[in-house]
Ligand binder design. Structure first.
Ligand code: ADP
Length: 449
């Protein structure tokens, strides 16, 4: 194939995308900010273009700069990764208008599913259970708003329809907090997302976060790669993910998996995507869909042998999915630990020079990372340094393999959350898979010195 793709991202996902392109014989253009000259993947790309200064707004979010780079290097397509412009429908639209294929769903689909209210309605139509709540525009009259809230019951969540990244939501415990909380959330949503529309959702008190990976080609073929459990979270941000999610009700799971495929059919979805759920009392409640590759995609790859990034590229090239669902075999268990440049105790960011580091290795160990000895972690971007992924025949063997991988790994010069992962691998509740999304913050940290 004589194609060329521009990778509009940085860090580990840019490296991941280059590796997939190489395997498919696709040439690559890496773009970078002036603060990112030493990124590892720049050495492996066929061409590199500096797109602006360190500020993300002037570089990785700078659409004209990215499109100009695409123009001068004469690429066919643009790979967005996750974060930055990956779920920005207007970027996808501009790519198409400028003659570049945006590697992902079309802009209308991104827009539709990026609006959480619309996404919940579409999910419901496909037969998926959603978190109960109120999904229409809220009335102006405070009395009517109170009546709606009473019907849902307290505590409830106010969520921004355009929200993301764990932002744009507020827990309301009783009626006295409702109207003030509503005003503040709307204002915050306006400031953060340029859209003040919010909705009410029942607060699910102690669920697990379960998600389903789907892949569809926009030509009527859709498959799923099963579930992931991402319940180890801090401030709604995932820290550890695993596949498959254990101990799920098999009937609910089967129904939900089938409905996810139905949703792909209903909206003629093209690309990879993730449907996220809160799982409690044997029920899956849909919260949102991400129309992009996710940080935690490797755990699904490791238990299926299915390369999700290569699939994204092939789908964008118009190659149909020929693999049938029945031919996907799920084997063993995979866990991913996100190593962040942050203090393990107080989570303050810790950018700076990595004086020395050593990656883990061996049977069933995967290390997706852009860091190396002598790399300086810039302070301007997200703190993800590395993803350590282990795969083994069972969950307990996988935890042991991760423990050993973490013991081999070290980074010197900056602080990381490495020791937090080590402790979690020895934690009894995690070991028994008894944790929910509240466990890390409400219980584990209480005993964490
Ligand atoms: P974002 O798009 O910002 O990631 P989500 O809607 O996916 O937002 O929710 C992120 C996390 O917030 C969930 O994994 C869960 O921890 C928490 N959460 C969201 N909605 C609810 C709810 N209705 N009840 C309880 N927790 C919730």
């Amino acid at each position: 194939m004589s194609h060329k793709v521009l990778i509009a991202n940085r860090g580990e996902i840019a490296l991941r995308a280059i590796r997939a392109c190489k395997e498919l014989g696709i040439k690559t253009v890496a773009v970078y900010s002036s603060g990112d000259k030493n990124l590892k993947h720049l050495k492996f790309a066929d061409e590199t273009v500096c797109i602006g200064p360190v500020s993300p707004l002037e570089s990785y979010l700078n659409v004209p700069a990215i499109l100009s780079a695409a123009e001068v290097t004469n690429v066919k397509a643009i790979y967005p990764g996750y974060g930055f412009l990956a779920e920005d429908y207007s970027f996808a639209e501009k790519c198409d208008e400028s003659g570049f294929k945006f590697i992902g769903p079309n802009s209308e689909t991104i827009k539709m599913m990026g609006d959480k209210i619309t996404a919940k309605n579409i999910a419901e139509k496909a037969g998926i259970k959603v978190v109960p709540g109120y999904k229409d525009a809220l009335p102006e009259d405070p009395e009517k708003i109170h009546a709606i809230a009473n019907e849902i019951g307290y505590p409830l969540m106010i969520k921004a329809t355009a929200g993301g990244g764990g932002r744009g939501m507020r827990l309301i415990e009783n009626k006295d907090q409702l109207i003030d909380g509503l005003e503040v959330t709307m204002q915050e949503a306006m400031n953060a997302f340029g859209n003040k529309v919010v909705y009410f959702e029942k607060f699910i008190s102690d669920p697990r976060h379960i998600e389903i990976q789907i892949v569809a080609d926009g030509k009527g073929n859709a498959i799923h790669l099963g579930t992931r459990d991402c319940s180890i979270q801090r401030r709604h941000q995932k820290i550890i993910e695993e596949a498959p999610a254990s101990d799920l009700n098999s009937e609910s799971l089967l129904n939900t998996l089938n409905s996810c495929l139905k949703l792909c059919e209903d909206i003629n979805y093209e690309g990879v995507g993730t449907l996220e759920f809160l799982y409690e009392n044997n029920n899956f409640y849909f919260i949102e869909m991400n129309t992009r590759i996710q940080v935690e995609h490797p755990v699904s790859e490791m238990i299926t042998g299915f390369d999700l990034v290569k699939a994204q590229l092939k789908i964008a090239l118009g190659i149909p999915i020929t693999l049938k669902q029945s031919k996907i075999s799920f084997r063993g268990h995979a866990i991913e630990c996100r190593i962040n440049a942050e203090d393990a105790k107080n989570f303050t960011p810790s950018p700076g020079l990595i004086t020395k580091m050593h990656p883990p290795g061996g049977f069933g160990v995967r290390f997706d990372s852009h860091i190396y000895s002598g790399y300086e972690v810039p302070p301007y971007y997200d703190s993800l340094l590395a993803k350590i992924i282990t795969v083994a025949n069972s969950r307990s063997s996988c935890i042991k393999r991760m423990t050993s991988a973490l013991d081999e790994f070290f980074v010197e010069g900056i602080e990381t959350n490495h020791s937090l992962h080590q402790e979690l691998m020895h934690d009894e509740v995690f070991g028994k898979n008894k944790h929910t999304i509240n466990y890390l913050e409400n219980e584990f940290f209480k005993n964490y010195e």
